[in-house]
Write a protein that binds this ligand. Structure first.
Ligand SMILES: C[S@@+](CC[C@H](N)C(=O)[O-])C[C@H]1O[C@@H](n2cnc3c(N)ncnc32)[C@H](O)[C@@H]1O
Length: 247
């Protein structure tokens, strides 16, 4: 059951610490619902601590980094084949994982099968993707990978009675180092550890050219001339969305 995160997941816990503002939005979306299944749970980020939770995660590398971070029971399985009965949970949670599923439609049907009331999914809407200097100026290949792997929001309408899409602006000091997290801290992307915790970099055939352009643009002031206006912003909408599907 080896997969991408067995290779790139090493060090995840260090660079991908749950951000409290995002956690608050996830909790608001879950409401009081219990029990919860967290699919593609990784190291346990954003799992509620105040109710029964079962975490589903295929990668042992990720499971080992949980180190009791939450009290959830962990089941090693894939989203596309959840080992639970119909309606076993009140809600299913899936955070920044759907774009890794080989069959998204099947995974989403599985979530809707095992949850009775609600799905809460943190994802990225390729259609709402705003300009992002990292992708536009340095790693344009990421746009195409995202277009192919990120779920178009219509996919959610097929499984639920109603769907609510909540924009999730990213705070300038976001502690969860996903692709867009360092939009106001450009030099962070030069750190191999930071890049190692972002799967989009792992999927690019070549990062060296983009990296050396970023390094030199930061050194000679080009980055600041082009994007310095961002330095006074406290949050930015980059296309991340919290999708609430009522079943
Ligand atoms: C970016 S991480 C997100 C982890 C966690 N939800 C978080 O917010 O930190 C993506 C996770 O999806 C998991 N994953 C990949 N393919 C999967 C699949 N087919 N079914 C369930 N999880 C999968 C990976 O192993 C990884 O832990």
């Amino acid at each position: 059951m080896s997969q991408l995160y067995d290779e790139i997941g090493v060090g995840y816990e260090l660079y991908r610490r749950p951000d409290p503002r995002i956690a608050a939005e996830v909790m608001r979306a879950l409401g009081e619902l219990a029990p919860v299944v967290n699919v593609g749970a990784g190291t346990g980020s954003y799992e509620p601590e105040d109710r029964p939770v079962v975490a589903v995660e295929p990668s042992l590398t990720m499971i080992r980094q949980r180190r009791g971070r939450t009290a959830a029971a962990v089941v090693r399985a894939y989203a596309t084949n959840l080992p639970f009965g119909d309606d076993a949970f009140a809600a299913a949670l899936a955070v920044l994982t759907m774009h890794h599923w080989p069959d998204r439609a099947r995974g989403l049907s599985e979530l809707a099968r095992v949850a009775r009331e609600r799905l809460v999914i943190l994802t990225y809407d390729p259609a709402a993707a705003a300009a992002f200097w990292l992708v536009d100026d340095y790693f344009p290949g990421i746009r195409e990978t995202d277009r192919l792997s990120m779920p178009p929001l219509e996919e959610f309408r097929r499984v639920g009675r109603s769907v609510e899409i909540r924009p999730l602006p990213i705070p300038h000091d976001c502690s969860d180092g996903f692709l867009g997290a360092h939009w106001r801290r450009p030099s962070r992307y030069l750190d191999p550890g930071v890049r190692g915790a972002i799967s989009a970099f792992g999927k690019l055939p070549d990062v060296d050219a983009g990296l050396s352009r970023l390094r030199s643009d930061l050194a000679d002031g080009t980055w600041e001339r082009r994007h310095g206006h961002l330095l006074s912003r406290t949050e930015l909408d980059l296309g991340y969305r919290l999708v609430v599907v009522n079943l």
